[in-house]
Design a protein around this ligand. Structure first.
Ligand code: AMP
Length: 612
């Protein structure tokens, strides 16, 4: 993930080599002394927050040592602190979770009750996030030198924000970061030399933002040494945008003028500083974009690109084949692992294969603990609700330096901004160690069955949405015998597919519009992050229901049993990923229906009256 594209002048005393060296030394020191650093971090967090209501309530009594902390404080999920969060959102300024003033809420893509989770944050956290960003390029420089000699073309966006009833801003963590002075007014750094001017990133209108960033990227195509976005899905969306709009973009480059749909004056001004009439470049782009195949379009249009910087771990791995196609197999580089709760770690071996990516947690970011987990062959096919840990389970949590190679853990964090022993919901596996600090493969997000972009739909939500939708079938004496789902990323944007097997008792034919209503009802019932992706970001396509022949789910069971599933314990998986199973389902589809329009979505939370 990139840093701020601002400053242009190199100060006389600037020494890149020395700066890189210092940062690598910092990583050496932090990882060598991981346990001591963690101890200090916990002491700092607990002593500065000794008087907050939450710690007092649990009787920590100002103690700052690990044992007292572990014996006194419960391991929690969002639902446990939601009442405290709501009080803060409603304007209670007393030190509830954190002694420092809450500066804003970060709206997580994880949801609770269909709404985004609200993570309180404090001003200092911006510094910690900047620190993690500052580690990325010195690490990269060890593997790909010379990146200071050119530019990065990154597609970065802000999202809408809302105000809580108490007046605090609530927005996604990256929106908060890009709007902060840490990003906008950074001092000179050759690694923050980007093709997108700040104004294009900070433009609220997603079309204008994407168009202007693409235009600037094309104009400076020879200078581009690396390309990227935060997640793979975002980068693919940018390529799709180019596929749709290259004629307009070429026209602008040919004439040196900006299309009239770009109306934001600050965006126009920033782009005009870069755009020059260049008919030759326009001809070149036109020739490349009009070819039948878009294979290797990235290396063709940006010929000096060394790698694609996007997250392709976790559910984003579904986009690897598409990225390989567009980039002709350039390295896909995952640099960091972060969340709204806390920025966690960096990849110290960025040129490794996506399947081997591991993140080294940076011990200064927060106090980390790990809950050992056992999974059934990696397959979970029953509805799981977050369960409270009993005393024995709470005692099983281990510290950062005590995790075991090969073991899987759920990540638990204690942050500077008021989360104490908070279960993030991510499952990680220990892949190795950098000095004393473990390195983790990202395995999955607990319970999530479907994800296209930043949406995370769990099985309970899906079940609830399907239940609402099947009400449309009641007048036809039809019931849903079985269902499963699939995140289809062969379309751009990707979309959710539900496979439905019906049992029909009546004779009245079911009109296609009934199934379309079912699609829309499911979408209306899904969480706010999903609906935002559909409505606002257009990062998710219309939901599809595929009706399959009677007996299809029996065949699915037969297939699972042939692969070794136990007949007694077999339950229909509520989501499928394995290609032969998806093929089996697709071979038995009798009809398909799509959601006819977008579901409703508004910024902010249901209960807030909105600002933006
Ligand atoms: P949010 O709170 O909306 O910022 O989402 C944070 C979540 O995104 C994390 O808890 C992970 O589940 C996921 N995530 C972030 N970085 C990565 C990564 N590098 N690889 C896989 N998943 C990631």
């Amino acid at each position: 993930m990139p840093e701020a594209p601002k400053i242009t002048q190199k100060p006389a005393e600037y020494n890149l080599e020395l700066k890189n060296k210092k940062i690598l030394q910092f990583i050496e020191d932090m990882t060598s002394n991981a346990d001591e650093v963690q101890k200090t971090v916990l002491e700092e967090i607990l002593s500065s927050n000794a008087h907050v209501e939450y710690l007092k309530k649990h009787g920590l009594d100002g103690r700052t040592d690990r044992d007292s902390f572990k014996n006194t404080m419960p391991v929690i999920t969002y639902e446990d602190i939601q009442p405290f969060v709501e009080r803060i959102a409603n304007g209670d300024m007393s030190p509830i979770l954190c002694s420092k003033p809450i500066s804003e809420f970060l709206t997580s893509s994880g949801t609770s009750g269909g709404e985004r989770k609200l993570m309180p944050t404090i001003e200092d956290e911006l510094g910690r996030r900047s620190l993690l960003y500052s580690l990325l390029m010195p690490v990269m420089n060890q593997f790909v030198p010379g990146l200071d000699k050119g530019k990065g073309m990154y597609f970065l966006f802000i999202k809408s924000e809302a105000k809580t009833p108490g007046g605090l801003v609530a927005r996604p963590v990256l929106t908060s970061y890009y709007k902060s002075s840490h990003f906008k007014d950074r001092p000179y750094d050759p690694y923050t030399n980007y093709t997108s001017p700040n104004e294009t990133i900070l433009c609220q209108d997603s079309y204008q933002s994407m168009y202007s960033q693409m235009l600037c990227g094309l104009c400076q195509h020879k200078e581009v040494l690396r390309v990227g976005a935060v997640f793979a899905s975002g980068f693919i969306r940018a390529i799709k945008f180019l596929e749709k709009h290259w004629r307009l973009l070429c026209n602008d480059i040919r004439t040196g003028t900006i299309d009239s749909q770009i109306t934001d004056p600050s965006v126009r001004e920033a782009v005009m500083n870069i755009l020059k009439a260049d008919p030759k470049l326009a001809d070149f782009i036109e020739a490349e974009c009009s070819k039948d195949s878009w294979q290797g379009i990235i290396t063709r249009l940006w010929p000096n690109t060394k790698y694609v910087d996007v997250i392709v771990t976790g559910t984003m791995s579904q986009y690897i084949p598409t990225l390989d196609f567009y980039s002709n197999g350039l390295p896909l580089v995952c640099t960091m692992y972060a969340s709204s709760e806390c920025y966690f770690g960096v990849n110290l071996n960025p040129l490794c294969k996506p399947s081997e990516v591991s993140y080294t947690l940076v011990p200064t970011m927060a106090y980390f603990e790990f809950l050992p987990i056992q999974r059934n062959n990696g397959v979970s096919n029953s509805i799981s609700v977050p369960k409270t840990l009993n005393e024995k389970e709470q005692k099983e949590l281990v510290d950062l330096v005590d995790v075991k190679l090969g073991q899987e853990y759920e990540l638990v964090v204690t942050t500077y901004s008021g989360l104490f022993r908070y279960r993030v919901g991510d499952v990680l596996r220990v892949a190795g160690f950098k000095n004393k600090a473990p390195q983790f493969n990202f395995i999955c997000r607990k319970n999530v069955v479907l994800s296209i972009d930043s949406d995370k739909t769990d099985e309970v939500e899906l079940q609830h949405a399907v239940k609402n939708a099947v009400n449309h079938l009641l007048p036809f004496d039809a019931t849903l015998a079985e269902y499963t789902s699939f995140a289809d990323t062969t379309t751009i944007p990707g979309h959710y597919v539900l496979y439905w097997e019906l049992s029909l008792n009546g004779n009245t034919p079911i009109h296609p519009s009934v199934f379309e209503d079912c699609c829309l009802t499911i979408e209306e019932s899904l969480n706010s992050v999903y609906r935002q992706g559909r409505v606002c970001d257009k990062s998710i396509g219309p939901l599809e229901i595929k009706i399959v022949e009677p007996g299809t789910f029996d065949k699915l069971m037969d297939y699972a049993i042939s692969l070794g599933a136990s007949i007694n314990q077999y339950k229909t998986p509520r989501c499928v990923k394995f290609a032969p199973i998806v093929e089996l389902l697709n071979s038995r589809v009798v009809s398909c229906y799509f959601s006819p329009k977008c579901p409703k979505w508004f910024p902010g939370h249901k209960q807030w009256s909105n600002t933006d």
